[in-house]
Write a protein that binds this ligand. Structure first.
Ligand code: C5P
Length: 226
């Protein structure tokens, strides 16, 4: 059988990660979280004192870190120069800086290349891959067999995100909603490969759906395409 490539895009808080991991696990496919790669790049910039507001400085430095993603949906991993950064990349500092870093064309070119080679290697080895992000269906893997665009109301997205945050990163619902909408506006408004629904993507509004319903919907679409 030919490997199946599944692209899942959408703004934050729509259930992209939970859905993508579960679909990959259920169908025995590989999994790639492309947001984690942009977060890892951002973590490295902050750790090395690069001013993330200075696009030229970010562009000049972005070839340096070695970012490696593990593609097992049951235990996804991410390292930068051999250091496990799975925890710190979810922190507030990285989350508020990532849109500036991901808007830099040189960063996107480098990470897109990583994504394409990892997707083809993993798809060949595992029989397919689920890749989640913002521009997978439009730019990274435009020939994907299945393209899904997840949406949800701002209220639902803020509520889900705030339920995920804890400890030092917990903030009020209103603050979470504001930060999330700001990041989505930046991701959608940038020039380089913005967050967008591909013309041939199936849009799934998850506002009124349970996670299980979204997973079943995507699994059905993938099975139909196989
Ligand atoms: O999905 P997640 O919220 O972890 O993504 C973090 C950030 O990475 C996004 O806000 C966006 O700036 C960037 N990103 C991107 N393109 C992708 C995936 C993520 O620009 N394909």
């Amino acid at each position: 059988v030919t490997p199946v490539i599944v692209a899942i895009d959408g703004p934050s808080g729509t259930g992209k990660s939970s859905t993508s991991k579960a679909v990959a696990a259920r169908l025995g496919l590989g999994y790639l979280d492309t947001g984690a790669q942009y977060r890892a790049m951002t973590w490295w910039m902050l750790a090395n004192g690069v001013d993330v507001a200075d696009a030229a400085a970010v562009a000049a430095a972005c070839a340096k870190p070695s970012i490696v993603s593990g593609t097992d949906p049951l235990a996804p991993t991410i390292t930068v120069d051999g250091t496990d950064v799975a925890g710190p990349i979810r922190g507030r500092e990285v989350t508020s800086a990532v849109s500036a870093v991901s808007a830099v064309p040189e960063v996107r070119a480098r990470i897109t290349e990583l994504q394409r080679s990892l997707a083809s290697e993993t798809a060949a080895a595992a029989g397919g891959i689920v890749v989640e992000g913002r521009d997978i269906g439009t730019t990274v893997l435009p020939a994907a067999d299945v393209k899904i665009f997840l949406t949800a109301s701002p209220e639902a997205r803020a509520a889900r995100r705030s339920a995920e945050l804890s400890g030092a990163d917990a903030a009020g619902l209103a603050a979470t909603r504001e930060a999330l909408l700001k990041r989505d506006a930046a991701d959608s408004g940038r020039t380089a490969s913005p967050l967008a629904k591909a013309a041939d993507a199936t849009e799934v509004d998850t506002t009124e759906l349970t996670l299980e319903q979204v997973i079943e919907c995507v699994v059905t679409l993938v099975e139909a395409a196989r």
